[in-house]
Design a protein around this ligand. Structure first.
Ligand SMILES: Cc1cc2nc3c(=O)[nH]c(=O)nc-3n(C[C@H](O)[C@H](O)[C@H](O)COP(=O)(O)OP(=O)(O)OC[C@H]3O[C@@H](n4cnc5c(N)ncnc54)[C@H](O)[C@@H]3O)c2cc1C
Length: 381
């Protein structure tokens, strides 16, 4: 076991910490109020290589290991949790396509994804199903050399600003999870329309619905095997769930550090409020929980780097860590007194933003099902 950073990891995190502090942090609240796609920050992130972290070098990516990708998203989350959705989408699409797409499709899209020039959304959830993702109804029917897609996708991150979507669709109506395929669908194709949501937090990620009405894509846009997309997607989720854990930890750790600074300056009853254990103990507990969460997520990514099983570990990252982080941010908000409740400080926004990850990519209940199956075996859960 070796828990120290490699030289590369140390220099990448140091560069990112500087970039986050000097460039991203100051705009976090403004981007929430604007509620628009963060064009400038996106461009700056692209220049830092943040959209191609794990994309192979032959497609102009950084080809980093999973642990380093995790350290990168954690660093960015300290500055702006919501910008991490760009990294997350690229991580999901990059991983899925690099492992499964045909060479021409990879050549066409991965360099653009890595450069931040192509924004690609993940379109799995539908109005009637999210947790039960194998129940999707969007259909893709073969017509000559094309597939024709019809259906509605719900809750799609960045959909209002995306150039394309990885759309999961049913290609065998009777085969459940074994009848799902994935297609790269350019969102300027005839028959595509979109509708934005009004969200509680993460407003600049422009979540929305995607409608597909006789949308035609060539067979070449099929990602992986026909009817084989469900398993591939689940394997990719094992990676992104650990990234999500670390992005929540980044936002919560930043909030905790701000809280320690505030509570050691703020005075009540003639002394810094941190002199009360009612203040310093929640901070101590928060740090302890975040440290445990952080190292669990990093270990999960390490397991992936070693090609070792990490299905249950990834479910812990997604099922437990966002809850820990929401609790920590809520406690930090209270330790700021009434100032914490204002929009002059970023804490209320972090609480709203991180809450989204209690639901996205699978709720805590669904993660507990995965963990329980790991412990008991599928036949007992
Ligand atoms: C910020 C955000 C971003 C998102 N981005 C994307 C995206 O980019 N692409 C995409 O496809 N989707 C996205 N989603 C959708 C997300 O993946 C789904 O919302 C999630 O999987 C839950 O599905 P659902 O909302 O349909 O809830 P449901 O499946 O209807 O579940 C509702 C409640 O019932 C519980 N429940 C359901 N089944 C069980 C069970 N068997 N046992 C116990 N409890 C159960 C759930 O845990 C939940 O609390 C996003 C969601 C959010 C909030």
């Amino acid at each position: 076991m070796n828990f120290s950073y490699t030289d590369d990891q140390a220099s990448i995190t140091s560069a990112l910490n500087g970039f986050v502090a000097s460039t991203l942090l100051a705009g976090y609240m403004r981007r929430d109020r604007d509620g628009m796609f963060p064009e400038d920050a996106w461009q700056q992130m692209a220049e830092m290589g943040l959209f191609g972290l794990r994309i192979p070098g032959e497609y102009d990516g950084q080809e980093l290991d999973c642990v380093t990708a995790g350290l990168a998203i954690e660093a960015v989350a300290r500055g702006d949790f919501n910008l991490c959705y760009g990294i997350l989408n690229s991580a999901f699409v990059g991983d899925l396509m690099a492992r499964n797409a045909s060479e021409p499709l990879r050549r066409e899209w991965l360099p653009r994804l890595a450069a931040g020039d192509a924004r690609i959304s993940v379109c799995l959830t539908e109005p009637h199903c999210g947790s039960d993702a194998a129940a999707i109804r969007t259909r893709a029917e073969r017509d000559g050399d094309d597939f024709v897609l019809n259906g509605e996708k719900a809750s799609v991150t960045l959909v209002m600003a995306a150039d394309a979507g990885v759309v999961f669709a049913r290609t065998d109506p009777d085969a459940g999870s074994r009848g799902v395929s994935a297609f790269l669908v350019p969102l300027d194709a005839p028959g595509v329309t979109r509708h934005p949501y009004a969200d509680m937090g993460s407003k600049c990620i422009l979540r929305g619905s995607l409608f597909l009405d006789d949308v035609r894509v060539p067979e070449a846009n099929l990602i992986g095997k026909l009817n084989g997309a469900f398993g591939s997607a689940m394997q990719t989720f094992e990676y992104t769930r650990a990234l999500i854990g670390l992005m929540c930890v980044g936002a919560a750790m930043q909030t905790l550090e701000e809280t320690i600074a505030y509570t050691s300056q703020r005075k009540a009853f003639g002394q810094p409020i941190s002199r009360n254990q009612g203040v310093s103990f929640p901070a101590a507990e928060a740090w302890s929980r975040l440290e445990m969460a952080r190292w669990h997520c990093l270990r999960t990514l390490w397991l992936r780097d070693q090609n070792l099983p990490h299905n249950a570990e990834a479910a812990v990252c997604k099922g437990m860590v966002p809850e820990i982080c929401v609790d920590v941010i809520r406690d930090c908000l209270i330790l700021h007194g009434h100032y914490g409740y204002t929009q002059d400080l970023p804490i209320e926004q972090r609480l709203r933003d991180v809450c989204g990850q209690l639901i996205a990519d699978g709720t805590p209940q669904i993660q507990k099902i995965i963990i329980a199956r790991h412990l008991y075996g599928r036949e007992f859960v």
